[in-house]
Unconditional design. Structure first.
Length: 136
């Protein structure tokens, strides 16, 4: 087991990128906002990350990802993320989960225990390139 003290958590640094094997679905030219990207490193290698952003006064969590066999970094990653967001003055958060995914269903149960509001809607998240959407 990996000791949590060995896990370094910080914001993504300029010029640094998320490893290809962790990007899953994001285009190669994605511009990560270093101020809103937290990474968990083990032995200097990014093994997990949180992508988030401020939306209408709450922190929107877009992605939480850890490399296979490195999910142990997630508790420390979440603690640093939450501490930083509180220090920035944010009091609320929001995210999307897939209830049919066992790991995300577990996160949903944890969220409920923390008093989260669960919106009773089935939502499909979509996104794309602004330049392509602007053509229409």
């Amino acid at each position: 087991m990996i000791a949590l003290e060995q896990v370094e958590v910080r914001n993504l640094e300029r010029g640094e990128s998320i490893p290809v094997d962790l990007r899953e679905g994001f285009p190669d030219d994605w511009n990560y906002d270093c101020h809103w990207t937290w990474v968990a490193l083990l032995d200097g290698v990014i093994r997990g990350y949180i992508l988030a952003g401020a939306v209408q006064g709450v922190v929107m969590v877009m992605v939480v990802k850890a490399a296979d066999k490195h999910a142990v970094v997630l508790p420390r990653l979440f603690r640093v993320f939450l501490r930083d967001c509180l220090a920035r003055g944010y009091t609320g958060w929001m995210t999307h989960v897939r209830q049919d995914n066992p790991a995300q269903a577990k996160l949903l149960r944890i969220a409920r225990r923390t008093g989260a509001i669960v919106f009773p809607y089935v939502i499909t998240c979509v996104g794309g390139r602004l330049d392509q959407a602007a053509r229409y």
